[in-house]
Design a binder for this molecule. Structure first.
Ligand code: CMP
Length: 388
């Protein structure tokens, strides 16, 4: 294989995402395993008994891992400069772009080891291997989602932090003035009282500082109850941000799938968006029945990718990308006329019966096209054997 061929092959394996192939999947699994082994290694290294017996093995794991991560970094840097038809930038610029995106993470994971080597103590900064956890963002899409949620919601999160800080200061000041005479050694200043307020607000209540005056206890009860609400605020913000992000991603995926269905080709972006909002996506694995003859029909299906077979007499009919089925039950308000089985893994878009009726009003041309194909199918379909 030529150097260009190898560079391209490695680029697909390392950065190809869903198209990275078996080599890319093996590399990703190996790297994730190595990261986890290193995290366990850091922890076990601090157990005196284990350290005594296995410190050579622990060190060997660390040296081997660092060699592999260095190789990975060099390979990623090399393939980042691979020529790509849709990217006119120079290899140097492309490599800088890699360094600015996730390359810096790959780099700071190995730097502490080499910094240690330079000082003559390779294992000096070994706890910094925890930075390897940052590398997991590449392999865990959920962490990327969390990052996007945090960056989208940072204003609300800063707002809730400010509320928390205000409450902390108010409760620390109140408890300081209430308790300072009864316990001058414990509540000696507002910063000292702030430690109590933090423990009370987070409902942890370490118990090292406890109000003893009746007024102090009343304040403590109120602060603890408020604490639950204040901590629920950022949790709620992040949870709803997550839900929005997942909905947005689903919408984008559905949009791309809708745009592939020939029936929707004539629609403009706004109409595609409206229809994408009506459709749900579902995956059917090869061999499963998607609809069964005789069942009531409450939705119809568009095949975004894959192929399915309509089991009718005398010959089954094969449907594939862009075709639809399940419309007859909706149009004639009748049970399913045939069983439809997925032949391969099918990505389906589902339109519920109510939305089908809504679509018939908002997009009469599409509804007319569906009806006319349904009519052709009805004429073609011979009566089925009971086993059909
Ligand atoms: P429905 O009756 O709801 O469920 C079974 C589906 O099979 C039916 O809707 C049609 O979408 C589809 N179907 C029935 N007959 C044919 C045919 N001759 N060609 C293609 N698809 C068909």
């Amino acid at each position: 294989m030529t150097s260009d061929g190898l560079q391209h092959r490695l680029a697909v394996a390392l950065e190809g995402g869903d198209h990275r192939g078996w080599l890319g999947r093996i590399i990703a699994y190996l790297l994730v395993t190595l990261i986890l082994v290193n995290i366990v290694d850091i922890a076990l290294d601090t157990v005196p008994d284990l350290y005594q017996h296995f410190h050579l093995e622990f060190a060997a794991v660390q040296v081997a891992s660092m060699a592999i991560f260095t190789l990975e970094f060099v390979a990623r840097l090399w393939v980042a400069g691979a020529p790509a038809p849709d990217r006119p930038e120079t290899p140097a610029r492309a490599r800088l772009r890699y360094l600015a995106s996730l390359g810096w993470v790959d780099l700071i994971c190995i730097l502490p080891f080499y910094a240690g080597l330079a000082t003559g103590e390779p294992f000096r900064f070994q706890v910094l291997r925890l930075l390897l956890l940052l590398k997991m963002t590449r392999f865990t899409p959920a962490l990327g989602t969390l990052g996007r949620v945090l960056s989208a919601e940072w204003r609300s999160l800063v707002g809730s932090l400010l509320i928390l800080l205000s409450l902390l200061m108010v409760s620390a000041t109140m408890i300081y003035y209430i308790e300072r005479e009864a316990q001058p050694q414990n509540f000696s200043s507002i910063p000292a009282a702030a430690w109590w307020a933090m423990a009370a607000l987070s409902t942890v209540g370490y118990g090292d500082l406890v109000p003893i005056t009746p007024a102090g206890r009343v304040v403590a009860s109120i602060v603890t109850i408020l604490g639950i609400g204040v901590y629920a605020l950022p949790v709620g913000i992040i949870a709803s941000g997550f839900a929005r992000e997942i909905q947005r991603r689903d919408f984008v995926v559905t949009w791309a799938m809708v745009a592939r269905v020939p029936l929707f080709k004539s629609l403009d972006a706004e109409q595609v968006g409206r229809i994408a909002n009506l459709l749900r996506s579902r995956v059917a694995s090869g061999g499963t029945a998607i609809v069964r003859r005789g069942e009531p029909g409450d939705c119809m299906y568009f095949i975004a990718s894959g192929s399915a077979e309509v089991q009718i007499q005398p010959e089954p009919v094969r449907l594939s990308d862009g075709d639809f089925f399940g419309e007859m039950a909706l149009i004639h308000d009748a049970p399913r006329g045939a069983t439809v089985v997925a032949l391969t893994r099918c990505q389906l878009l589902i339109l519920d019966a109510d939305d089908f009726r809504g679509l018939a009003q908002s997009e009469p041309r599409i509804a007319a096209a569906i009806r006319s194909i349904a009519e052709q199918r009805r004429q073609q379909t011979a009566p089925q054997s009971p086993a059909g």
